[in-house]
Write a protein that binds this ligand. Structure first.
Ligand code: SF4
Length: 241
């Protein structure tokens, strides 16, 4: 397992106190990514050091959050999750949804209690938003699998997009509405939790994967509010956070 870091958290698992673990490595290169230091497979911490910490904190925590990077590309994830589960803890998984077959295995094994899936945007923007040629069928499959977990949410960060003509502009309210429609079309559900998150600029050279985005301010309130109105047509539970 490529483990970068872990710590105690009150905020990363809704309603639970948790230990959050960050894996190294990701199959995407989102230009707006803040986790640049986690994208490559650098030297990692020993799995044992995580379990020692978890045992030490066991009395105070109800859950573990697995995030990254991208947890679902980790070799040995299933056995790792089983080891956590045997401690009687709830597990939340944060994923970009690129590995539906791993999600299916986790579902079959009843190994994950809460999935938070990033839906980057509408299909037409996916390659721009992920910085990779994305197999969109995988995203659709994950959108189908995720609602089968005991609890779940979808979320979209409203980022500046480097578009095909190199023009850079924030995702539009219409594109937010299309993303909500995509979720609705793939899940067949209008009652999924769906969060719109603002882009928070990280200043400083090399803070983001693509430094051209470092001059942008946080997502304008009007885009979030207008986007929420359009998203609510498909997802009445849409919230801004
Ligand atoms: S923002 Fe994109 S590149 Fe960064 S960790 Fe998430 S999926 Fe990977």
């Amino acid at each position: 397992m490529q483990i970068s870091n872990f710590h105690f958290s009150y905020i990363d698992y809704p309603g639970k106190i948790s230990v959050i673990l960050f894996f190294q490595g990701c199959n995407y290169r989102c230009p707006s990514c803040h986790a640049k230091n986690l994208l490559e497979n650098n030297e990692s911490l020993e799995e044992e050091s995580f379990f020692e910490y978890l045992n030490y904190k066991r009395e105070w925590v109800d859950g573990v959050v697995l995030c990254g990077g991208e947890p679902t590309i980790q070799d040995g994830l299933i056995n790792f999750v089983k080891k956590i589960k045997r401690k009687g803890l709830n597990i939340k998984l944060d994923t970009n949804g690129n590995e539906p077959s791993v999600l299916e295995k986790l579902l079959e094994g009843k190994l994950i209690d809460y999935v938070a899936m990033d839906v980057k945007g509408p299909e037409v923007l996916y390659n721009d938003l992920t910085g990779r040629k994305t197999n969109f069928e995988r995203i659709k499959n994950s959108l189908d699998v995720v609602p089968q977990f005991p609890d779940y949410e979808f979320r979209t960060t409203i980022v500046p997009v480097i578009r095909y003509n190199e023009r850079i502009s924030f995702m539009t309210p219409q594109e937010i509405g299309e993303t909500a429609k995509l979720i609705y079309d793939c899940t067949g559900k209008s009652n999924s939790k769906y969060f719109l998150q603002k882009f928070v600029p990280h200043k400083g050279e090399g803070a983001l994967v693509d430094s051209r985005l470092e001059v942008f301010t946080e997502t304008p309130k009007e885009i979030l509010e207008e986007g929420k109105k359009l998203a609510e047509r498909y997802s009445p539970h849409c919230r801004i956070r």
